[in-house]
Design a protein around this ligand. Structure first.
Ligand SMILES: NC(=O)c1ccc[n+]([C@@H]2O[C@H](COP(=O)([O-])OP(=O)(O)OC[C@H]3O[C@@H](n4cnc5c(N)ncnc54)[C@H](OP(=O)(O)O)[C@@H]3O)[C@@H](O)[C@H]2O)c1
Length: 247
């Protein structure tokens, strides 16, 4: 597991007509469970204003009530361009451009050789993991650039740098995320580009590939206690570094 970091820093005035929060703003995709949920809870606890999305609105409603009125979570399928556009527009209207955009939402294929998977299932993985990340970047980065900078962290994976059998589509998407992030960083003057490997965490996704073996790994809450301060502290000095999350 890993993430690729991209720093956006162009200088410029605050976005015109956009509401700005006093505290730092984070936007986390895929925050209804797993690492995304653990991150939003920890960012909120540390005083950040949290925004985020996932597909299951009822889970977001329950999480939003727990976080409180200062935060905002919206239902959005990152694979649907129009939903991403509407979600980004709402976040920008309510809170202004995020200081930190974390593209965390992803899915993985059931363990299977490539030729036994349906074309539809493979398309879904590409749509969520690659095109969903691209859509979020396209809809948030202009406002972040206009505001004067920010950090975009695209979740990759250990399987974005290595491979294993029976997860080929997932590996393909995570290798794509590495290239996408590096290339886009060059378009933003390449201020900071890094890659972080946060280790292996016991979540629903891990259980789908590791089965009962997932229980040998730390849970998402424990991971977030160290990962969130690490993410919050990323800066220009991290440009180009391969990062490893504290374990
Ligand atoms: N856990 C690990 O050890 C591990 C290892 C390698 C990489 N990673 C990476 O870390 C990230 C988080 O993984 P995780 O283990 O926390 O996964 P997870 O437990 O399966 O959670 C995935 C989250 O993404 C959301 N999501 C899925 N499809 C979505 C879509 N189309 N639109 C919006 N939200 C969507 C899910 O919510 P809804 O179902 O409500 O939409 C859920 O909140 C992923 O990028 C994953 O590739 C994790």
């Amino acid at each position: 597991m890993g993430t690729t970091l991209l720093w956006v820093d162009k200088g410029g005035a605050a976005g015109k007509g956009l509401r700005m929060s006093a505290s730092k703003i984070v936007c986390v995709t895929g925050c209804s469970r797993g690492l995304g949920r653990a991150m939003v809870e920890e960012f909120a606890r540390l005083g950040w204003t949290v925004t985020g999305c996932a597909r299951r609105g009822e889970v977001l409603a329950e999480l939003g009530a727990k976080l409180g009125a200062a935060h905002w979570l919206g239902r959005c399928d990152v694979a649907v361009e129009a939903e991403v556009a509407a979600f980004a527009s709402e976040v920008l209207k309510r809170h202004g451009p995020p200081d930190l955009l974390i593209n965390n939402a992803a899915i993985i294929n059931p363990n299977q050789p490539l030729w036994e998977m349906s074309a539809e299932d493979i398309s879904s993985i590409l749509d969520v993991n690659i095109k969903g990340t691209i859509a979020m970047m396209r809809h948030f980065m202009p406002a972040m650039l206009e505001k004067g900078g920010g950090v975009v962290v695209n979740f990759s994976s250990g399987w974005g740098r290595s491979t294993s059998p029976e997860v080929a589509p997932y590996c393909a998407t995570k290798w794509a995320i590495e290239g996408l992030s590096r290339a886009t960083a060059q378009e933003t003057d390449g201020k900071v580009v890094g890659a972080m490997n946060p280790g292996i965490i016991d979540t629903e996704m891990l259980r789908s590939t590791f089965g009962g073996g997932a229980g040998h790994y730390p849970d998402a809450q424990k991971w977030a206690k160290k990962a969130v301060p690490f993410l919050a502290g990323l800066s220009l000095k991290d440009n180009g570094r391969e990062l490893t999350a504290p374990s």
